[in-house]
Design a protein around this ligand. Structure first.
Ligand SMILES: [Zn+2]
Ligand SMILES: [Zn+2]
Length: 232
């Protein structure tokens, strides 16, 4: 069952009991509240403060965050990682292709001057991120499976909670004019690959799609994914 609790004060929506969509600076992060906390994405730099306020509101603290899973390496998703993880035993998880991209140098940008390479150059990443790979299962929500969906960035991942038929997609999908759509062409590294990656998502049994920049999609999600995949 879905619960659409909206608290304007806290700027959060509880998608399911224990899964909170928390609006941070620049994007929405998802806080999974179990004995230990899992945070999916961390907003822009400066997001530590609104997150701490939110945690206080639910009687938890930053020290309870066991892990931060980064859907990809864009600054509106990883900018807040350092300040949230700093001083705590918080594990930071990122696909190695995105960790590698953050080590890009000027000469690489000059060789391939695109918005995506330039954004990577100016983004400060968590240097000590642990690699997560396709198929790996993160120990929360009864098993949160990593689906590597490259294209928006080389290491973009989606996270699938089979028990809830819930899919976290980061920026791999958008909602444009009320329709499910491919990632932003302007900000994506390889659009052809981004489109091909949707086939992996279309193979999953999904009822709800949780985005970083849009309200959750609950309308025939599986069919919408299949239609989009067929259009790629
Ligand atoms: Zn984003
Ligand atoms: Zn992005």
């Amino acid at each position: 069952m879905l619960i659409g609790l909206v608290s304007k004060q806290e700027q959060a929506v509880e998608l399911w009991p224990g899964i909170h969509a928390v609006r941070l600076l620049g994007s929405t992060a998802y806080l999974i509240v179990e004995d230990e906390l899992t945070l999916i994405d961390a907003g822009l730099a400066g997001s530590g403060r609104p997150l701490r306020r939110y945690l206080e509101g639910i009687g938890r603290s930053q020290a309870d965050i066991a892990r931060i899973v980064c859907t990809h390496n864009h600054p509106d998703h990883i900018g807040g990682v350092r300040e949230i993880a700093f001083g705590h035993e918080t594990e930071v998880l990122m696909h190695p292709a995105d960790s590698a991209r953050l080590r890009i140098r000027w000469r690489d940008v000059v060789a391939r001057p695109t918005p995506s390479t330039f954004v990577a150059l100016i983004t400060r990443g968590p240097e000590d991120a642990h690699p997560v790979l396709d198929g790996q299962v993160i120990p929360c929500l009864g098993g949160l499976r990593v689906v590597h969906t490259p294209g928006h960035t080389p290491g973009s991942i989606c996270l699938y909670a089979a028990s809830l038929k819930l899919l976290f997609v980061g920026d791999v999908l958008q909602v444009l004019r009320g329709r499910l759509a491919f990632a932003s062409q302007f900000f994506s590294d390889d659009m052809a690959e981004a489109k091909r990656s949707i086939a992996k998502l279309a193979a999953l049994d999904v009822e709800v799609i949780a985005f970083a920049h849009y309200a959750p999609w609950r309308d025939r999600a599986r069919d919408a994914l299949r239609e989009l995949s067929a259009a790629s």
